[in-house]
Ligand binder design. Structure first.
Ligand code: 3HC
Length: 311
């Protein structure tokens, strides 16, 4: 029976059909999706911290309102993704326990500090921009709930990217000090944003299988290249320089050549030795503990709402 089920699964993936929660799927497919979707959800939740750092210090009410909306969206993306991961049979409590125990990852990018207000713009333009480049193909992922979650997430990410770009445009065209602050933020966020796409293809342990299953539709290096090609003209409009002396247009490739990424830094951050790893997890664990009463109250309330049939 498993042979027929496996054949049906392979045929569905080959035909670009969606695999749904009740469909048979290889255990390894399920496990890889739980791994990636959990880490994606963790990234959204941890990603709230660097930006939230500036909510109380936003320079205007308008900027504060935009930033609050964005951080709230990230929480919603986390909720979406934990819910999608739960369709694979793993509850969010278990996933959060793994995050808090350092046994599941979140995106390396959130282990860097937000030192000035301009970082909020650089995160919007670069980090959310990279997230969009990575997430648009995920809308065509073979697993239904993940692909559908991505459609809504991508729409909101576009607002995140646009507000960051506009924030940097305002600073870049402002006083010399504001321009310098924007340039400094781009200098610090550019290379870590390229690392968001994952290790080089020849060092990517999951890519080959993930592409066979049509979870990953383009390789890490392909999407990284696509992101660089998108950012170069945008940086020109912003009047900001990307901090890569080797960045240049390659006519015959029809793409930009760019400098070497420091993969040692990437591996160090993944090992937990980035600038903010400890701070992010400590804050996350504290938030989880302090939020226990909210979860208990919500569960108690929900319990009361379940109508007990009389008799
Ligand atoms: N940060 C942390 N870990 C990373 C990483 C990164 N930037 N890139 C790769 N890794 C890890 C992988 O998880 C894997 O480790 P594991 O086996 O313990 O899971 C290892 O490095 C090897 O990498 P692979 O390329 O083989 O792994 P994947 O095939 O999973 O590719 C990925 C990595 C491209 C990030 C893929 O997992 C993916 O597309 N994930 C969904 C997108 C996502 O998680 N985005 C987070 C960005 S932040 C965000 O979305 C918030 C936004 O609102 C700003």
């Amino acid at each position: 029976a498993d042979g027929a089920l496996a054949a049906a699964f392979d045929a569905a993936v080959a035909a670009d059909e969606r695999i749904e929660p009740r469909d048979w799927m290889p255990d390894a497919y399920r496990a890889s999706l739980v791994r990636q979707m959990a880490q994606h959800a963790h990234s959204e939740i941890i990603g709230m911290q660097p930006e939230a750092n500036w909510i109380t210090r936003a320079p205007s009410l308008r900027r504060k309102a935009i930033l609050i909306a964005k951080v709230q969206d990230e929480a919603g993306h986390g909720l979406y993704l934990y819910s999608a991961a739960e369709t694979l049979g793993t509850g969010r409590e278990e996933l959060l326990d793994k995050l808090h125990a350092g046994r599941q990852r979140y995106s390396s990018i959130f282990n860097y500090p937000t030192l000035t207000w301009a970082d909020v713009g650089a995160i919007g333009w670069l980090v959310d921009g990279a997230a969009i480049t990575n997430q648009v193909p995920l809308c065509r992922c073979s697993y239904g709930p993940y692909a559908r979650a991505m459609v809504r997430v991508c729409k909101e990410e576009s607002f995140h990217q646009r507000q960051g770009y506009e924030l940097l445009l305002a600073l870049s065209g402002g006083t010399a000090a504001q321009h310098e602050m924007a340039q400094d933020a781009v200098n610090r966020w550019w290379w870590p944003s390229l690392m968001m796409f994952g290790p080089p293809d020849d060092a990517s342990s999951h890519s080959a299988q993930s592409m066979v299953w049509k979870i990953k539709r383009h390789s890490n290096d392909e999407l990284r290249q696509r992101f660089v090609d998108i950012c170069v003209p945008q940086a020109e409009v912003l009047g900001l320089t990307l901090p890569d002396p080797d960045l240049r247009w390659n006519e015959e490739r029809g793409q930009h050549d760019f400098g070497a990424i420091d993969w040692t830094e990437f591996q160090e951050v993944l090992k937990g030795n980035g600038p903010c790893n400890e701070e992010r997890l400590t804050q996350r664990r504290r938030a989880h503990e302090e939020g226990a009463w909210v979860r208990d109250a919500a569960a108690a309330y929900a319990q009361k709402q379940t109508v007990v049939p009389n008799g």
